[in-house]
Design a binder for this molecule. Structure first.
Ligand code: ACO
Length: 335
């Protein structure tokens, strides 16, 4: 029993913020941002925009491309670090899509590696669990957790959603060849958005019993990042991970049609491509328009590449995510 990608879709908010717009609120310039990151624009949720609505839109497009009715979906995996419900948003997406058989739906939190982890999970459910149609959605709204006065981070991120439908097939048609996944909690200090302390003040008696407490509403800090450390980590870990996944798949770099990395920084993409000796014509990049959209970036870039005719049926793609956790991983897949 194998599994294959049969549809993709994506959605972005309508509000676009350019580098020049950002230069009005922090001390930066279009030139600095473009040269250091490759980013020129990003889309940001505004007003009553909802991330769930973007995720539903992306998922519907993936189902339409696959010609699969929502009623036949038996698992919805929402890869996000910014859910609109702390308890998980996937069931709301499942309901809005009209998956009327109440299939399993839950969130996966692994920051910018979330989508690759979602693909791995989909493959495991299909191969070992008898599932047939698994929606993997990457959706994030990091704009809600950015410190808009911090020029080191606010220039990087955008909001978006992307989705693929992974479907069961015969083993010989299998299109998810190999994975390689890692995490390193030690690196969390370089990139995080952590809870702010203990938000309940206890008054303790002499024997340690609680005499009273005054609860407060908890909140998370804005994104804290040591950009240089994250940059070094990505340039070191991602090529190793892709090489390891290729080895597991029994493939060489020359048999890969497309390199599709998490869209964080063009200089990271170029460094990884160079290390893997992938010519720039075989590298997918759309971050100049959208910035770093976290778990959405890989399916968003894939969807654009498929709909523009760049990625065609039968092409092999090396996809890799990396980011907070720290987490990183690769998947070798056939479109
Ligand atoms: N505009 C102008 N100047 C700036 C800006 C800005 N937006 N940001 C920083 N600077 C200044 C700094 O203050 C510093 O000035 P100084 O030399 O006077 O001290 C100088 O530019 C250099 O700053 P660096 O931080 O060293 O710049 P660097 O070349 O490392 O680029 C960047 C910073 C773009 C953030 C880069 O480190 C990067 O992309 N890192 C990777 C981030 C990433 O990939 N994250 C992915 C995971 S995201 C997730 O998982 C949620």
């Amino acid at each position: 029993r194998g599994c294959k990608l049969v549809g993709c879709g994506s959605a972005v908010p309508s509000l676009q913020i350019s580098n020049d717009d950002l230069a009005k609120i922090v001390d930066t310039s279009d030139e600095w941002i473009s040269v250091r990151t490759g980013i020129r624009n990003r889309r940001v949720l505004s007003g009553k925009d909802s991330l769930n609505a973007l995720a539903v839109d992306a998922a519907r497009k993936a189902l339409e491309m696959a010609e699969v009715d929502p009623i036949d979906v038996d698992l919805v995996l929402l890869c996000t670090s910014t859910p609109e419900d702390l308890f998980g948003s996937a069931p709301q997406i499942q309901k809005a899509l009209g998956c009327k058989n109440n299939p399993l739906a839950y969130d996966i939190t692994a920051a910018c590696s979330g989508f690759v982890l979602g693909l791995v999970s989909a493959a495991c459910y299909i191969r070992g669990g008898g599932f047939n149609n698994v929606l993997v959605i990457g959706a994030d709204a990091l704009s809600r957790y950015v410190d808009w006065t911090d020029r080191g981070t606010c220039i990087l991120f955008g909001d978006a959603a992307g989705a693929v439908l992974v479907q069961a097939c015969d083993g010989e048609e299998d299109g998810l060849f190999a994975f390689d996944m890692h995490s390193d909690g030690d690196g969390q200090r370089h990139l995080n958005a952590s809870i702010k302390g203990n938000e309940v003040d206890h008054a303790l008696g002499s024997n340690g019993s609680v005499l009273g407490f005054s609860p407060k509403i908890s909140s998370y800090s804005c994104i804290q990042m040591n950009g240089k450390e994250v940059f070094r980590f990505a340039c070191r870990a991602v090529p190793q991970s892709i090489e390891s996944a290729l080895e597991k798949a029994g493939l060489s770099g020359s048999s890969i049609d497309w390199l599709l990395l998490h869209q964080a920084n063009q200089r990271i993409i170029d460094a990884v491509a160079s290390r893997l000796e992938m010519p720039s014509e075989r590298v997918i990049s759309n971050l100049s328009n959208y910035g770093n959209t976290s778990a959405a970036s890989i399916p968003l870039a894939l969807d654009e590449a498929v709909r523009s005719g760049k990625v065609q049926a039968g092409h092999t793609i090396a996809a890799a995510g990396f980011g907070a956790g720290l987490t990183w991983g690769s998947a070798i897949v056939r479109w």
